[in-house]
Write a protein that binds this ligand. Structure first.
Ligand SMILES: [Zn+2]
Length: 247
C-alpha cells in the first residue's frame, strides 16, 4: 500500500468514525495533507461524512482551489483547511465540526480546558475566534481565503480553536490524532459543563498536558482506539493491510 493509498483510505475511515461518534452530522469535515506534496491536501467533495467513500475525495491546493480542473462541488468551508495548512507546516490533518457540546464555551467567558486525561491533547488553552471581529455581519461560515487565514491565525500553534456560535477547528500531527482529539473534545466539554454546576473544577496541569502531548500519536495504544472506532463505524475491512496494524 503506498503512502497516498494509506492516506486516502484513512481519510474515508476518519469521515465514518467522526460521523458515527457524533462529532459531525450532515455538516463538518476532515482533511489530510498529501504525504508527498505538502502544498496539497485531500478533502471530500460536498457530502456528509457518513456517506463519504474513496471516490468522493478531491485534492486541493493551499489556496483552497481544487486540483486539475475537478469540477465537483466542494465544501463551502474548505478554506478552513487551506488556511490552517498554509499557516502551520506541522499540521498534517484538520477537522472542522459543529459539535454542540463545545458551543457554550464559544459564546461565554468560560474557557474550554482539558479536565479528563484523554483530552490533554487539546492543549492548555483553546482560543475563541469571532468572525465578526474582522468581518462584521456574515453567515458565520468561513467562505474565502481571507477568512480561512484569519481563523488559522487565531488557531496559530494551538491544537483547537473555537468559532463563536459555530463550532471548532482542530489540527494535529496525523489523521488518527486529529480524530482522537475531535472525539474527546465534545466529551471533555460535556464533563466540564456538568462539573461546573458543582463549583470549582480542577483541570489538567501544564505538566500533565505536556506529558500527554509527548506520547507517540500513532503508538499501538492509539491504534487500538482507531480499530475500535472503525469497527463500530462499520468499516473494519478498510484496515486490512494497514501499515500501523499489528501493534
Ligand atoms: Zn462550519
Amino acid at each position: 500500500m503506498t503512502d497516498i493509498e494509506t492516506a486516502l483510505g484513512d481519510l474515508v475511515v476518519a469521515n465514518r468514525i467522526l460521523a458515527n461518534e457524533n462529532v459531525v452530522d450532515a455538516y463538518g469535515h476532515v482533511s489530510v495533507r498529501r504525504p508527498d506534496d505538502p502544498e496539497r491536501f485531500f478533502l471530500s467533495c460536498s457530502r456528509s461524512p457518513e456517506l463519504v467513500s474513496r471516490e468522493d475525495i478531491m485534492e486541493f491546493g493551499l489556496d483552497g482551489e481544487p486540483s486539475g480542473g475537478d469540477d465537483r462541488t466542494p465544501y463551502l468551508e474548505r478554506f478552513i483547511h487551506a488556511g490552517v495548512y498554509e499557516r502551520n507546516p506541522d499540521a498534517v490533518a484538520v477537522v472542522h465540526s459543529h459539535a454542540e457540546e463545545v458551543l457554550p464555551y464559544s459564546i461565554t467567558e468560560e474557557p474550554l480546558r482539558p479536565v479528563i486525561h484523554s483530552a490533554g491533547l487539546m492543549g492548555a488553552r483553546v482560543p475563541v475566534w469571532d468572525i465578526a471581529d474582522r468581518f462584521g455581519d456574515t453567515t458565520l461560515l468561513v467562505i474565502d481565503m481571507e477568512q480561512g487565514r484569519d481563523l488559522a491565525g487565531a488557531l496559530d500553534e494551538h491544537r483547537v480553536v473555537l468559532m463563536r456560535g459555530h463550532g471548532f477547528t482542530a489540527a494535529a500531527r496525523s489523521l488518527s490524532e486529529v480524530v482522537r482529539l475531535s472525539v474527546m473534545l465534545p466529551r471533555n466539554a460535556r464533563i466540564l459543563t456538568t462539573a461546573l454546576r458543582f463549583g470549582r473544577v480542577k483541570e489538567l496541569s501544564e505538566g500533565e498536558i505536556a506529558r500527554r502531548l509527548r506520547m507517540n500519536p500513532d503508538g499501538p495504544e492509539f491504534w487500538r482506539a482507531w480499530e475500535y472506532w472503525a469497527t463500530r463505524a462499520g468499516c473494519a475491512e478498510m484496515l486490512e493491510g494497514h501499515p500501523n496494524r499489528g501493534g
